[in-house]
Ligand binder design. Structure first.
Ligand code: CP3
Length: 346
């Protein structure tokens, strides 16, 4: 039986229990700002690292060894599911798709069978990581939220105006619904396989959720997240929903069946929590670019985030988006130290 990390600071914060200090980890903490990651990547390409449980586990624990973060996040990528569905994706380092989803016919050609089986190296990496973490640090498993993954499949990579995905929603809703249903089902199987392998928490990344007006947000973003989160409830692990650019959608987000809401840096935590209400923990939300401004700015901005939460239970310190590859190591250290030392003033 996998060990339980219910008593760790991170899991207790997810459950909004009062704590002696605020836990911290940072999105994309396993990655290119770390010299030990770049060294490993010089020998193995990105997909090989993702597909080899021992290598993925090694990268997962690198930031824990260096900084002692309060949670580890599995080394993987939100777009691996697209490969399991039969799409050809390369990382260069940004994702490049060989073909795009343009119609209902394209959706019906996706290989929907055995998604979790084709990604079995991911639960393999969960088990290998948990072994290296020795029951001392909780491990977060994750997937892309269906809408964000759909944007990549329809745009074929990154995008400036997201015209292809929006046109699909507006002019071919049957294709959009079929694509989101396929991704929702695949994500349920895939995230479930990570929970079964022992992930202590599950996170959905919805980086592109902020693109849509309320009607489409409700249908194409919130609907699928609601279904995935409901299906994960049986694992009894905290579910974290991160989205970006969604300050205007927080009321709708507060109705999702998740335990933690990941916030971007565009809103202060206090105002966000006033909207989210007392039953949700929050994770965030320092601007990742702050880490490029020197240790003094890092300390000042980190305290600002902590003060905005004002000691309310249920805050996990994080950045408002992924750490940048050029973040200096001493600034990350200043951040970790500041959060560790901070106590709310009575
Ligand atoms: O440390 C961690 O957070 C775990 C690993 C992780 C990666 N990607 C590794 C990675 C996680 C959680 C992700 C999530 C992810 N992937 C998101 C959502 C979060 C976000 O940042 O918005 C998105 C949109 C992707 C898609 C993706 N994968 C992009 C846009 C890129 C290229 C540029 C970039 O941001 O790094 C990737 C490749 C990728 N995923 C790398 C890493 C470490 C770089 C590959 C390399 O080593 O060259």
């Amino acid at each position: 039986m996998p060990t339980s990390l219910e008593t760790s600071l991170f899991i207790r914060a997810c459950r909004r229990q009062p704590l002696e200090r605020t836990p911290i980890w940072v999105m994309r903490q396993a990655g290119r700002y770390l010299p030990e990651y770049r060294e490993l990547r010089a020998k193995h390409d990105f997909l090989t690292v993702c597909r080899t449980p021992e290598l993925a586990a090694e990268v997962t624990v690198q930031p824990i060894r260096r900084y002692g973060f309060d949670a580890a996040i599995l080394f993987s990528d939100i777009l691996l599911i697209c490969q399991a569905l039969g799409m050809d994706v390369e990382f260069n380092p940004g994702p490049v798709f060989k073909s795009r989803i343009e119609s209902l016919a394209d959706v019906s050609k996706l290989h929907t069978g055995e998604v979790a089986e084709k990604l079995s190296f991911v639960p393999g990496a969960v088990r290998a990581s948990r072994e290296l973490l020795k029951g001392e640090t909780p491990l977060i498993g994750f997937a892309g939220a269906p809408f964000t993954v759909a944007t990549y499949m329809v745009e074929g990579g990154g995008s400036r105006n997201f015209e292809r995905i929006k046109s699909l929603l507006f002019t071919a809703p049957e294709a959009a619904n079929a694509l989101l249903d396929t991704l929702t089902q695949g994500t349920i199987e895939y995230l479930g396989s990570q929970a079964e392998a022992g992930a202590d928490a599950l996170m959905l990344f919805d980086t592109h959720a902020g693109l849509l007006a309320p009607e489409e947000f409700d249908r194409y973003v919130a609907g699928p997240v609601d279904k995935v989160a409901r299906a994960m409830a049986r694992y009894n692990v905290p579910i974290i929903y991160y989205s970006n650019g969604t300050a205007g959608a927080l009321k709708r987000i507060s109705q999702l069946p998740v335990q933690v809401v990941g916030l971007d840096f565009r809103m202060d935590i206090g105002s966000a929590r006033d909207i989210l209400g007392p039953n949700l923990a929050v994770q965030g939300n320092m601007d990742p670019v702050s880490l490029l401004a020197g240790p003094d700015q890092v300390r000042r901005r980190a305290r600002q985030v902590l003060e905005s939460n004002a000691g309310r239970p249920g805050h996990i310190f994080n950045l408002g988006h992924g750490i940048l590859p050029n973040a200096p190591l001493e600034c990350v250290q200043a951040l970790v130290d500041t959060v560790r030392e901070w106590r709310p003033t009575a």
